[in-house]
Design a protein around this ligand. Structure first.
Ligand code: FCB
Length: 444
């Protein structure tokens, strides 16, 4: 069996609503913070938007057929909150529900298991106008939205994810401002962290209380950077970096609270914790999803507030400028497993941006770099399984080239090309590689 994945390993592909759906003003969809952000000059490359994106709203049959033909057994997608509640509150929009019911029915017919993310960053603009995630009420609005999803789609969905990457929603959105809503306040960002996690906990609590039988978890893009040298000081630097990037999320989720050492280094922030919140956040999880793209190296720095700094490395880089480090994925799975012993783990996103082009004949996309990337990262997954880490599945990011947030359509992550002008799909060489891997024709 060595070098092979177990028979029940889940082979998936992932997308997110705003990045692929398009149909931004159809069937009663409201506006989200990403609609507004894209329309703010200077925020997204070339002023591009997700208005049309891959037009999956109208073309999901084709995408499902392509998944089927590759043997992909699971599709991770997200539900656009403003399609279901255009202003983020109140009665659901029937046409929005109908869309996801059609999508779920088509997946079921194809034998593809849906892994549904409830929130992948598209907060209804109306809720942002009331203060957004830094405001406590947003957690309750999320709870309401999640309950609508459980009720409407529950019978067809066995695997739920509450949030995708709360770090990005909070820190990129409210502290650094490179993601929607583009605000720049660290105190607000940390308030957002708490309310995202609270919303998550409320949703998990309600899901359990409903008696539903499926699995529910969360997807994180946490990091545990490696020490740049074997010195004790660099090891400590790496441990401190894990406070900020990982333990701020995993800590409260696993009942250990926010890392005090990190909060002590941020005197300007205070977590708006109310009585009972930490218990709500620490609901037992069926799995933790890890989105892994790269790993950073850190060294000790006397002058830095938390005594660590990122150091340059010389690994091959993807089109995002991110190091290709497959060992980092294995290290990270080990770290998460050793520190938290989650019931199950999934790699819910992994892949790379490659500036690939379509052949002159117009029907082939050669992307050997992506094939190498997938092969080496799948090898890390295979090692993890052999070591006894409860890794249950892998989702390639992404099924299709899509709207890559502030980079617009300039960064291509798909194993299927999606022509931004016509929406035409062309499976890339990596798509055929993935098919071989899924078929078990590879030894890792
Ligand atoms: C992750 C996001 C996903 C995609 C990839 C490249 O952080 O979850 O939507 O943009 O990065």
């Amino acid at each position: 069996m060595e070098g092979k994945f177990p028979k029940d390993f889940v082979w998936g592909a992932a997308t997110a609503a705003y990045q692929v759906e398009g149909a931004f003003d159809e069937d009663g969809r409201g506006s989200s913070i990403w609609d507004s952000f894209c329309r703010t000059p200077g925020k997204v490359l070339h002023g591009q938007t997700g208005d049309v994106a891959c037009d999956q709203y109208h073309r999901f049959d084709e995408d499902i057929r392509l998944m089927s033909e590759a043997g992909i057994g699971a599709y991770r997608f997200s539900i656009a909150w403003p399609r279901i509640q255009s202003d983020g509150r109140g009665k659901p929009n029937q046409k929005g529900l109908d869309y996801y019911r059609r999508l779920l029915a088509a997946l079921e017919k194809a034998g593809i298991d849906p892994y549904v993310t409830i929130y992948h960053w598209d907060l209804p603009q109306a809720l942002e106008d009331e203060g957004g995630w830094p405001v406590r009420d947003t957690a309750y609005r999320f709870e309401e939205f999640a309950n609508i999803c459980f009720e409407a789609f529950g019978p067809s969905v066995r695997n739920w994810t509450t949030l995708n990457e709360p770090f990005c929603s909070a820190i990129l959105g409210y502290e650094i401002g490179v993601h929607a809503p583009g605000r720049k306040s660290r105190p607000d960002a940390y308030r957002a962290v708490h309310h995202l996690l609270l919303g998550h906990g409320l949703a998990v609590r309600d899901y359990r209380a409903s008696g539903a039988k499926g699995n529910i978890g969360i997807v994180l893009n946490i990091q545990s950077p490696r020490p740049a040298t074997p010195s004790k000081r660099d090891a400590l630097a790496a441990d401190r970096a894990a406070d900020r990037d990982s333990r701020m999320y995993l800590g409260p989720l696993f009942g250990r609270g926010y890392p005090e050492r990190h909060l002590a280094a941020c005197p300007d922030v205070s977590m708006p914790v109310e009585k009972g919140d930490m218990e709500i956040i620490a609901q037992p999880l069926d799995y933790v999803g890890i989105n892994y793209y790269t790993e950073n190296a850190v060294a000790w720095d006397d002058g830095a507030p938390e005594n660590f700094k990122l150091v340059p490395t010389y690994y091959e880089k993807t089109d995002m400028g991110w190091d290709v480090i497959p060992e980092g994925l294995l290290r990270f799975l080990r770290w998460t497993n050793d520190e938290y012993s989650p019931k199950a783990l999934y790699v819910t996103e992994n892949g790379c941006a490659v500036n690939d082009a379509v052949s002159e004949s117009g029907d082939r996309v050669r992307d050997p770099k992506r094939i190498d990337y997938l092969r080496s990262h799948l090898a890390s997954c295979c090692r993890a399984v052999e070591e006894g880490i409860p890794l249950k599945g892998y989702f390639v990011w992404s099924l299709l080239d899509n709207f890559e947030w502030s980079f617009g359509y300039s960064k291509k992550f798909g194993i299927i090309r999606c022509d931004p002008e016509t929406g035409r799909r062309i499976p890339k060489d990596s798509y055929y590689y993935y098919r071989e891997a899924i078929a078990g024709n590879e030894r890792f």
